[in-house]
Ligand binder design. Structure first.
Ligand code: PHE
Length: 354
């Protein structure tokens, strides 16, 4: 058994070192970690191991699993970082060292991207909503189907205040409950669909480097009405992203897990650089990972007062989360995410003069 684990380890390492795109990485992960993967096979074989060795072999399998999970995460970060760097190289470039010309001030690049997106959403009939940065545990997690102690909380460690169960919101999904409550009456009484986007500053307890910051921006959107289906989601996302990028984009969905959507997806667009044939910008996969989304989970709609237990599917809807900071990096060719928050005016004033 130990030999087999060692062999699998070597096989994993060899495969990992040859991987250059996120899709191949996901395939490798499935090979090892899915229900029919090698780790499950090992667990099954554990049953046949003599009792006195079970504990030790079980521990070896667990350590192995932990090790490959860590390696997998590290590689994933590396690939995403690489993708961003290459995308950025092709973007509008700016010179951080240019002197500030306009003493009257200028808009922050994230504000500019946010406004551009707000115009697009407004033209599609969306309400634009603002939301607080300090939220309750209920808003940020429980209302979006992440109960206390749910493992999904580990992905979004944030900053907790010492009073009243409050924290700095780790994602814009923290506003979902309030939006559903605010627009729910008009939906039910007048049949006015809920269409809202809510940009906001988010916080996570992250180690800071060129592509991770503890403070960043997202723009989330929701649409809820009768008979909203995945087709609506796909059509909408395609139209919206074509507007954002100023040309027709091709989209595809892959399964993705977020507790507040079911089914949940990672939405990719066909690489704008090579049109899908594969190039360095897309790590040769032909696709860029852009926006998590999915059909709003029945529990979220229920907690938002939209549906009742009698008819949990009376209204349905979709939600998506755009990374505003990432879009701003892509658009303006900003290589280091820390530029946005470090208050260096000569860097930040170059995107527009007022
Ligand atoms: N809130 C999620 C995150 O920050 C993104 C998301 C939003 C996913 C809406 C699905 C739907 O990771």
């Amino acid at each position: 058994m130990k030999e087999r684990i060692e062999k699998l380890g070597a096989q994993f390492n060899e495969a990992l070192s040859g991987i250059t795109d996120t899709e191949a990485l996901e395939n490798l992960r499935l090979q090892f970690m899915s229900k029919k993967g090698y780790i499950s096979e090992l667990m099954k074989e554990l049953g046949k191991v003599p009792n006195e060795q079970k504990k030790e072999v079980g521990q070896t399998i667990n350590t192995f699993k932990q090790e490959i999970t860590e390696l997998f995460e590290k590689k994933k970060d590396e690939l995403i970082r690489l993708q961003e760097e290459i995308l950025i190289q092709g973007a509008e470039s700016y010179d951080e060292s240019l002197p500030t010309e306009d003493p009257t001030g200028s808009y922050h690049p994230i504000t500019l991207v946010q406004r551009e997106l707000e115009d697009i959403f407004e033209s599609m009939g969306f309400d634009i909503e603002d939301y607080t940065e300090v939220v309750t545990d209920f808003e940020c997690f429980e209302a979006v189907n992440i109960p206390p102690f749910h493992p999904a909380r580990d992905m979004q460690d944030t900053y907790y205040l010492s009073t009243a169960n409050q924290l700095l919101k780790s994602h814009t999904s923290a506003a979902q409950n309030a939006i559903l409550r605010k627009y729910g009456d008009a939906l039910k009484k007048d049949g006015r669909p809920i269409r809202a986007v809510f940009p906001g500053r988010c916080f996570r307890n992250e180690a800071v480097d060129a592509s991770h910051d503890n403070t960043f921006f997202q723009m989330e959107g929701m649409m809820v009405d009768k008979d909203i289906s995945i087709s609506n989601l796909i059509y909408f996302m395609k139209t919206m992203l074509s507007e954002v990028f100023g040309r027709e984009v091709t989209v595809r969905l892959r399964p993705g897990f977020f507790p507040f959507v079911e089914p949940g997806f990672e939405l990719d667009i066909k690489c704008l650089n090579c049109g899908g044939t594969g190039c360095p910008s897309c790590g040769n996969s032909g696709w860029l990972e852009l926006c998590p989304c999915g059909m709003i989970h029945p529990n979220v709609l229920k907690l938002g007062g939209i549906n009742t237990d009698e008819d949990p599917f009376e209204y349905t809807g979709f939600a998506f989360g755009l990374g505003l900071t990432r879009l701003a990096m892509m658009k303006y060719g900003v290589k280091d995410i820390r530029t946005f928050n470090d208050g260096d005016l000569s860097a930040l004033s170059q995107f527009t003069s007022r």
